[in-house]
Design a protein. Structure first.
Length: 207
């Protein structure tokens, strides 16, 4: 007896023996999950702007742009933090590709115009420094030495990336070079903290 898709009734292909839905419905469900995640991220980042910058700021246009890219270009995001990061990239008109394959690895964000690769580090990921080093060297050998990898802690998203993401990324890269820590991403969290402290100091002295 033929098995049918639970959603549309299409007879399932024999290759989908362990599934109860057809390939098309499966794709639509995955799209819906991405859009739902995007809507939650938009609410999250708008609340963050209101709380930390004390002003209202709509990310509706950015949300719609990303939704179109999810549908037409098959953009995918691994977490709510990555989706918030994409919303800020859209806000600052920074061209990007999420979940981008480089060699045998995938990176969270590839920024071709800035020549930057961004990794959003969760607490349970990227804890093996030797493995991270090998991974980063392999990525760099694939994209070329003009690129830089920058690590942003997930705990800083979205509260601290909303202030000037492009400037944050460049500050981290420049500070590494200034301190003689060329491409040493282990210091990125510290440098992000230094940037935020500097901005806080400048704001206080403007008053």
């Amino acid at each position: 007896m033929d098995r049918e898709c639970l959603f549309c009734g299409t007879v399932l292909d024999e290759t989908r023996k362990d599934s109860y839905i057809c390939e098309e419905c499966d794709y639509k469900i995955k799209l819906l999950k991405q859009i739902t995640k995007l809507d939650s991220a938009r609410i999250k980042i708008e609340k963050s702007v209101k709380k930390h910058l004390r002003r209202d700021c709509s990310y509706e246009e950015e949300r719609d742009n990303i939704a179109r890219k999810i549908i037409k270009e098959k953009f995918q995001f691994g977490s709510s933090d990555e989706t918030c990061f994409a919303l800020q990239l859209e806000k600052e008109h920074i061209r990007y590709f999420p979940n981008y394959k480089i060699g045998k690895y995938r990176v969270d964000f590839f920024l071709p115009d800035m020549k930057r690769i961004i990794e959003i580090d969760g607490e349970i990921f990227h804890t093996d420094e030797d493995r991270d080093f090998i991974r980063e060297r392999s990525i760099m050998s694939s994209v070329g030495e003009e690129y830089e990898i920058v690590r942003i802690p997930a705990s800083y998203v979205p509260n601290y990336i909303i202030k000037n993401l492009r400037e944050i990324i460049e500050f981290i890269v420049d500070k590494r070079k200034f301190d003689g820590r060329f491409r040493d991403t282990r210091w990125d969290k510290q440098y992000l903290g230094e940037y935020l402290n500097l901005q806080s100091y400048l704001r206080r002295n403007k008053r």
